[in-house]
Design a protein around this ligand. Sequence first.
Ligand code: ZN
Length: 442
Amino acid sequence: MRRKIIIWFLLVFIVIGVFFSFLISSHNKNLKKNIITTVEENNRYIVGINYPKVGIERLDKIIKDYVDNEYNYFIKNYGDSDYLIDRDELNIDCQFYILNNNYISISLTTYINSYKLAQPVNEVKSFFYSIKANKMLSLGEILDIDEQYRLLDYIKKQFNSKHYNAIIDGNLDNIITISSLNRIPFYIDQDNFCLYFNPDMLSSDYYDIIKINVPTEYIKFKFKINYKLISSPTIVYGVDRESIDPKGKVVALTFDDGPSFYTEDILKILKSNDVCATFFILGNKVETYQETLKISLKNGNELGNHSYNHKWLSRLSTTNLLDQINSTQNIIKETLNYTPIYLRPTYGSVTTRIRKNTDLKIALWTVDTKDWKIRNVNRIVEKATTGIEDGDIILMHDIFERSAEALKEIIPILKKQGFQFVTLSELDEIKLLRGEFNGDYF
Ligand code: ZN
């Protein structure tokens, strides 16, 4: 009898356990890791914005409100420059990471460049959100008081040794205090704990954000971080493609600014039509969308470099330009074990400096579907299928639902016109075979 009771108890425990683990897992399934990219361009200004959307209404609203505020501030105060001088630029970059299935760490970096400014404006804002507590947490809330003092000590040492000029003489103790700790933007992911110091905290002739990397073994958080073991991927990409007749007409579909929520749909459409394309991706989205990118490569598509966060490359200093290109190459290599060979500069603007500073081949386009501006699917289809010539490179964006919708129609129409679809390196190969290639890429 007693044994029977014990067995019943065990059964009940198991059922409850399964029920709760189901609850927890279904709760986490609601987390959607997405980075939204919006790009806007006219005669007066250039705007590139990246921000995360995770499917938690409250957090998503806070992030969106912050981004909208920054955008509205920019439109109100800048963006009125004369095209002949130079266009003003707003760029917002984001990093985000979900820690232990509970904490979401987000940093947003705003960059404004204008003829009105002696130096570009740089500012970081961070958010650290607990899903279980349903609220934002400050550094003070995730570190014990002893750890806070240890952190202060570390920061001061870093400033004294590396950033002495950034601090007004003797002011370090006033700037970096226990109470100021809660105002310092920070970001935590599987291998970093970074603190950011905005120029407004620093001496007046300092315009850059100072980033201090704290070794993760140095500080103990109130929660334990399950650090991910990083192993380099061993993936074999590429499929046997139906052989392409080099004498036949070819066209290359290219997609910029992704990956996004819509990229998987686009990949499905490409695959079901037995078509490959080239995707010019942003470095800051590689980790979030690594599974999508793996599928993309597995299906035989090509990936190209489209900068790290869509800054206007022609305006950047050489150091920052190289950083945009190389950090993107590096993260693609590290995450996907793949090396892009093409660079498509943002806003299609190429300068001699860009050409001089990279070995990547510059790849622009010959047909712009204007899918970033045109909201009507039929008109996008029309742009992509009217007057297309052999060797054309068509520009689209895999960040809009309408682009995916249009693609469903574009492929069959172009096939009917006798086109074969190629990636950019296949296009170059064909040109080489035909003797049309003169070694110049735009
Ligand atoms: Zn772009």
